[in-house]
Design a protein around this ligand. Sequence first.
Ligand code: HEM
Length: 417
Amino acid sequence: MRVTISLDELLGDEVRRDPYPFYARLHEAGEAVALRPADPHALVVHGYDAVNRVLRDPVFRVLGADYLDRVGVRWREHQVIRILQSSMLNAAEGDHLRVRHLFSQALTPRRVAALEPAIGRIADGLLDGLAADGADGRPVDFMARFALRLPSDVIGELLGVPEADREWFPSRVRAFDAVLEIGRRSMREVRAANVAAAELTAYFTDLVAARRARPRDDFVSALLRGLDAEPGRLTADELLANLIIMYNAGFRTTANLLGNGLVLLTERPDARDALRADPSLAASYVEEILRYEPPVHFAVRYAAADTEVAGLPVAAGRTVVVLTGAANRDPRRFPDPDRFDPSRTDNRHLAFSAGPHYCFGATLARAEGRLVLPRLLGRFPALAAEPGPRRALMLRGYDRLPVRLADRAPCQTNPIE
Ligand code: HEM
């Protein structure tokens, strides 16, 4: 049955507040639905198999420079868009392979594993700060004080950003991020994103120069060593754009994994207590949080030639909305999909996308979730969250997340014990 919806339904307030009832209705209609002719995209693809195929099928491409030029978007005047377009997120096939290969050589599983003690240290330091802020029972904003700082500090550690500089990043990265959400943005937001893009470019220009002059044991130095072995393989713009994108792609996403995960667990005391009792369960909790409440709900691709999805035609040049957030709740793929069940087996969700643009930082993000959640629950066993609404779909999470702590830090334990 051909079902047509309007993009306004998907982006309306009700769906933004809680998209899952809408996703369930989409699943009843099959694997994809048509959008109205007046909408900018041809289809919404929401079934697990169809989403998985679109993300992997070379006929569907990311909206790179060639696409934006063809549809007449004046993007070159915005530094923030120039950076996005020079990064692997939007690179065309051959360029994407080249850039991703060079960056992957520097982000080895060994480098991520070696980062784990630092992730623990950074988390403990931020938890100390949270404990101090909430010591008198006042609510503390978990996003501002912890979730948004941790991934920024961790990427800083990975890239070799000196500790003293790290507090500088979150506000810039947040301003840069504003252009990633679908829908219209104010000129003020776009201007702020361009300013942040310029500042981040200047920072990384200096950092790259410093590591070229005096290499260290960090990602940027490893990357530069790899580039020296293959001269001319990466332009200066590509190098800077991809360093900036690593900060941005791993920032709000990981913060939302932590915020969304924390709320899920505080709402489910049995699951929370089971994880606290056995931290080795953390890896499967992280997978289920990512399936159940993914920090990213969709991607957009365009068709490079006439094609179809689930029997619905897509003409060359048209775009499709790929709803990974809905695919993660497809009852044809996940039994009882609206149940949070960390003991699920075969939990191959699409929270990190699939195909060539599969998340470059997935191993790092998983390590952050696995190391941080048990620490957080161990430190604040009776933590209570007071979540407000979530509105964004693209990067889905809480802007603010007030929590009340019941700290069991060493200074508060019974001195007689
Ligand atoms: C829970 C945390 C994270 C989630 C849910 C997430 C999700 C995603 C998704 C869905 C994509 C693909 C977008 C598409 O298909 O169009 C992606 C790509 C990417 N992610 Fe992540 N991400 C996370 C953490 C990170 C981290 C920590 C890094 C830092 C290294 C990172 C770096 C990237 C990069 C560079 C890309 C572009 C890859 C490419 O286009 O080839 N991400 N991420």
